[in-house]
Design a protein around this ligand. Structure first.
Ligand code: GLY
Length: 378
């Protein structure tokens, strides 16, 4: 690693050290979604965020090229098998996050045959949420919940790689077709003309017509929630990668351009992009970490002749350096997370200015992406 990138090596060492220290605490549990005073509690595997810990363990295994994480990975994998068998809190589109970072990662890193089956079973479970009429995967709640039936959210793009993978493994394109329809509906309804995004969009579940956009975690219905925009940059890029539909890459660029245009001086966006330099509102370091991964993948997917490649890569490196210098918990001995200044849900005062576990995962993924070539889990 060249001198210019010494910070990367230091950060990887810091992260590996934290992960090693965390193993006894989260051996057969997982860190909660958000820390409390920068400390995650050990919680059961029953939430949408439960896979980010095992995702970090797989990355640690890949970085170190050792077997030192195998035992805890196998305990965690068992828990994901049981969760699917017993359908524990799986009334959510986040089955994609949960089983990409467990089953898909295990299949890619270890080639485990049972994880191949788990991928397909998890994808089947996610497919139940696909509303054929509206062409969307219902985000939250059970299918009888009239307040949620017909609602999709921008985050859902990150759950589609599980479906693309299931089609690749089985040769059955039903999963991929659903994923592409969902991504197309996201593109049509969630992206506004100025390349900002709604957080959520409702469809009439009987006619399939789009009804209206609104927010849950953003500042207002017509503002642009920073993490949603970051999910969109990464998610549309992934749908391009798995479908070959170039319009998804164009959408990802539009979202990336808007996101970059709203960055304050230290390059880490406020929790909603309506806020700009000088605002007293909190930053969301997790949106920053997701955006780095999205921008790096976007740059990689663009044709060599496209001048945006360098621009996106440079933006990703600037955001990374800022996280490394100003937003990690390095030197805070009581903290057990990686990034500080994340925001889970400002509107309900949940995890505000704390570590959030997906922020930690994507921060590590971004370090891995910047330091080596990597066969991603998405
Ligand atoms: N996917 C949920 C969130 O970003 O808070």
């Amino acid at each position: 690693m060249e001198n210019e990138f010494l910070w990367l090596k230091n950060d990887l060492d810091f992260v590996l050290d934290r992960i090693r220290k965390n193993i006894p605490v989260f051996y057969n549990k997982v860190p909660g979604a958000a820390s409390h005073h920068l400390i995650y509690e050990a919680t059961p595997n029953n939430y949408w965020t439960s896979s980010f810990w095992i995702g970090m363990l797989f990355l640690a295994k890949e970085i170190t090229q050792t077997n030192e994480f195998d035992e805890v990975i196998s305990v965690q994998m068992k828990s994901f098998q049981e969760r699917l068998e017993n359908k524990v809190e799986l009334e959510t589109h986040d089955i994609g996050f949960l089983y990409s970072l467990s089953a898909v990662a295990d299949y890619k890193v270890n080639g485990t045959k049972t994880s191949r089956d788990l991928i397909v079973q998890a994808a089947d479970c996610l497919m139940v949420r696909f509303n054929e009429k509206a062409g969307i995967i219902q985000a939250w709640g059970n299918l009888d919940d009239l307040n949620e039936n017909g609602r999709m959210i921008i985050d859902g793009l990150m759950n589609l790689p599980l479906l693309y993978k299931a089609s690749e493994l089985t040769g059955n394109d039903v999963y991929k077709k659903a994923a592409i329809r969902h991504a197309k509906q996201t593109q049509k309804y969630i992206i506004r003309e100025n390349n900002t995004t709604y957080h959520t969009y409702f469809f009439d579940r009987r006619t399939g017509e789009g009804v209206e956009g609104s927010t849950a975690q953003g500042y207002s219905d017509d503002s642009c929630w920073a993490r949603g925009q970051a999910w969109g940059i990464y998610g549309f890029t992934l749908s391009y990668l798995h479908s070959g539909d170039y319009t998804f890459l164009e959408s990802a660029q539009g979202l990336a351009d808007y996101y970059i245009s709203r960055l304050p001086v230290d390059n880490v966006a406020y929790w909603d992009l309506i806020f700009q330099e000088g605002s007293q509102q909190e930053r969301d370091s997790s949106a920053a970490a997701i955006s780095i991964c999205g921008l790096l993948e976007l740059a990689k997917q663009l044709p060599l002749s496209n001048s945006n490649r360098n621009r996106y890569e440079e933006a990703a490196i600037k955001i990374s350096k800022s996280l490394s210098e100003l937003y990690t918990t390095k030197g805070i001995s009581e903290a057990n997370g990686l990034l500080k200044h994340g925001v889970y849900d400002k509107n309900s005062n949940k995890g505000v200015d704390e570590s959030v576990i997906w922020g930690d995962y994507y921060y590590l993924e971004s370090l891995v992406r910047l330091s080596r070539s990597w066969n991603m889990y998405w």
